[in-house]
Ligand binder design. Structure first.
Ligand code: G6P
Length: 667
């Protein structure tokens, strides 16, 4: 290896989802870009596949300014390779380089044979995804190889995300290309396949015959690409501890570190407004609930709490099975303790539907008509009061005031009765808002039926399955997802398989407490950084060491405790939750990327780090964020001896400092 400048390295980040939305990695790349651009400026380029239609919408082409890069790309053009270079039209507008794999498809067989020869990675004849991965991997390697052959001063880091973009990693290693590589697994392929089957995943994770399992599932070749990338990278990372554990056993290399997923906290930041936004959006959910429960609207909305879970329909992975079970138990417990609280639990997961259910639409229509009729009537009442009062011309003043019994005319009463009669309904309010294509065998519906949460009047827990993502144009809950979350009280994400888990992280930055699990990346991360997560509104269900039955009970306990909080306690807790936002921002989360890059450079160019110890980059200890300071800070009202009930303000101030200091430490 040559001696290169490791202080101003050039960074390429390679992913299939650069300017190309397929799954979750797209938002990771996109939301992380500003901090990486901030650190690297023009020395940062993202590399992805070229799909003309999406690229036209996402990328603004520009001249290649780096002379070495230009030379390499011009040469590649001469060889028939099509590429696009430009600015990704997102915040911070990073440089992107996209390769058209179609332009080199004639070389597929040659490269497949080479891959087998140099890296012993086999490839099947007709797997389009593997073919694309190979073509892309060879193009990226070609580009990087020729680039570092020209750029001889600066160290170069190539950071690959997930197997599909990572064929280049083993090639770089085998060809001894002079650059540092990082491979980040966002979930292992085999892990995903295994959990979607009926195996007891975590209890058997150490003993799977990985080759055989991959073969049985028809992913042998993909698995080998992923495994080779994990083993051939200078630094191997995952997005969470739980995925690190999975990778260690399924890919058979212990990751060097964890690169958690941050978010753009500023985007969600509502400053002191977030409590008001909660109240405003909750009103809109109230409107929906009044309509949905028409004819059985016999509970007090002021004592009603909104819980929700949301995401892709993965019944077991997302822990919806355990959520519904826990709701059943919560219902019994609330009834047993005669609680005045009602819980409305929403499950927002897209499933195949035909249309909105007539009953759901009708509920919104009848309450809307009632509201409009009452608006008309009250307007007329106002006019009558005004008319009578305005006609006062002396005499007994009482004669100028409308008597209460004159307020409603008999015509008004008829109108009103007609609207009220329309609120009568035969059955109980529906548990699903749409007509399902497969109502009888839908796992969520069946689980709800199994625990008998059928929205009957006696139930303290009501359930609404909304099998479509939220949308502000909907005639039912006319809210976008973000506003819906803000209006709720508690997000519930007790996942069984969740490499990271953005949904609870988003709740946190919006100041909405959540339940998560220690099998989710996010839950594990919070457990690691907070001394007492529950005090910050992060309730972590133990699904790792407890049985499913125990986890369900633990979750029901958390939910019951949440129901027993006063409004003031909920407000205080939301304040604490929201204060974690800064920690989840890429500005802090991105620090792990910085460390991973340092480690990759150190391992590749140890001579450039004279005097440094390996341990300096390889390990570090993070201090936990302590329990929030509690009550004694409340000011006493002078002379009265009573305690002013505003704990959250004083407590809030001191806590912020704690978090800030902590951030300084992790910096
Ligand atoms: C926010 C608002 C308060 C409101 C409260 C309701 O904090 O600023 O005005 O009273 O939400 O909280 P709750 O937990 O009962 O929905």
């Amino acid at each position: 290896m040559t001696h290169r400048d490791v202080n101003n390295p050039i960074l390429f980040e390679v992913s299939w989802e650069v300017a190309n939305k397929v799954g979750g990695i797209y938002s990771v790349m996109r939301s992380k870009a500003p901090v990486t651009v901030h650190e690297f400026g023009d020395r940062y380029t993202l590399i992805g596949p070229l799909y003309y239609k999406t690229a036209m919408a996402e990328v603004e082409p520009e001249e290649v300014s780096n002379p070495y890069m230009r030379e390499v790309l011009e040469e590649m053009s001469r060889q028939g390779i099509r590429w696009m270079y430009g600015r990704w039209l997102i915040e911070s507008a990073p440089h992107v380089l996209l390769f058209d794999t179609g332009s080199v498809s004639t070389r597929l067989e040659e490269w497949k044979a080479d891959l087998w020869k140099v890296a012993s990675i086999p490839s099947p004849p007709n797997d389009q995804e593997v073919n694309d991965a190979i073509l892309f991997g060879y193009l990226v390697t070609w580009f990087l190889n020729d680039f570092v052959a020209r750029e001889k001063n600066a160290a170069v880091i190539a950071h690959f995300h997930d197997w599909l973009a990572a064929v280049g990693v083993p090639l770089i290693r085998k060809r001894h290309i002079d650059l540092a590589t990082i491979f980040t697994s966002h979930a292992t392929l085999l892990g995903r396949y295994l959990v979607s089957g009926s195996v007891d995943f975590y209890n058997n994770i150490k003993s799977f015959n990985v080759e055989e399992e991959a073969g049985k599932r028809g992913i042998y070749h993909r698995y080998h690409i992923e495994r080779a990338a994990a083993h051939c990278s200078d630094v191997f990372t995952t997005v969470s501890q739980i995925t690190a554990y999975e990778a260690e056993h399924l890919l058979r290399r212990k990751p060097d570190g964890v690169l958690p997923i941050g978010l753009n906290a500023v985007k969600f930041s509502a400053m002191h407004e977030f409590q008001n936004l909660h109240a405003q959006n909750k009103e809109k959910i109230h409107d929906f609930v009044r309509g949905h429960f028409y004819g059985h609207y016999d509970f007090d909305l002021d004592s009603t709490l909104y819980f929700f879970t949301a995401g892709h329909y993965e019944f077991k992975n997302k822990g919806v099975d355990t959520f519904i079970e826990s709701l059943g138990r919560l219902n019994s417990r609330l009834i047993a303790c005669n609680s005045p609280t009602t819980v409305v639990a929403f499950i927002v997961m897209p499933a195949a539907t035909q249309s909105f259910a007539v009953e759901s639409l009708k509920g919104q229509a009848v309450t809307k008509q009632l509201k409009e009729t009452i608006k008309d009537i009250t307007e007329k009442i106002g006019q009558r009061i005004f008319e009578k009062a305005a006609r006062y011309a002396g005499g007994d003043i009482v004669d100028a005031i409308v008597e209460p019994e004159e307020l409603l005319t008999s015509k008004d009463k008829v109108f009103l009765k007609r609207r009220v009669i329309a609120l009568k309904r035969g059955g109980w309010p529906p548990i699903v808002t749409h007509n399902m294509v497969d109502d009888a065998s839908d796992p969520i519906l069946n689980a709800i039926r199994h625990v008998r949460l059928l929205n009957s009047p006696g139930d303290r827990v009501k359930v609404i399955f909304h099998p479509e993502f939220m949308n502000s144009g909907s005639p039912l809950i006319g809210l976008d997802y973000e506003d819906f979350v803000r209006g709720c009280h508690l997000g519930v994400f007790p996942s069984y398989y969740e490499p990271w888990g953005t949904a609870p992280a988003e709740c946190t930055v919006m100041g909405v407490p959540c339940i998560t699990s220690n099998l989710s990346g996010y839950g594990g991360f919070m457990e690691e950084i907070l001394e007492t997560p529950a005090d910050y509104g992060i309730h972590i269900v133990d699904r790792r060491t407890r049985s499913t039955e125990e986890s369900i009970n633990q979750m029901a306990d958390y939910m019951l405790q949440f129901c027993q909080k006063s409004r003031r306690q909920r407000i205080t807790q939301r304040n604490r939750t929201e204060r974690l936002s800064d920690l989840l921002d890429w500005k802090i989360m991105g620090m792990e990327y910085v460390r991973a890059r340092k480690l990759a450079l150190y391992r590749t160019y140890p001579d450039s780090f004279a005097g440094a110890e390996a341990g300096e980059f390889e390990s570090y200890i993070k201090a936990k964020i302590p329990k929030p300071l509690s009550a004694p800070g409340s000011p006493r009202i002078k002379g009265s001896g009573s305690v002013a009930d505003d704990e959250e303000i004083t407590e809030g101030m001191s806590n912020f400092n704690i978090i800030d200091e902590e951030n300084e430490e992790t910096r």
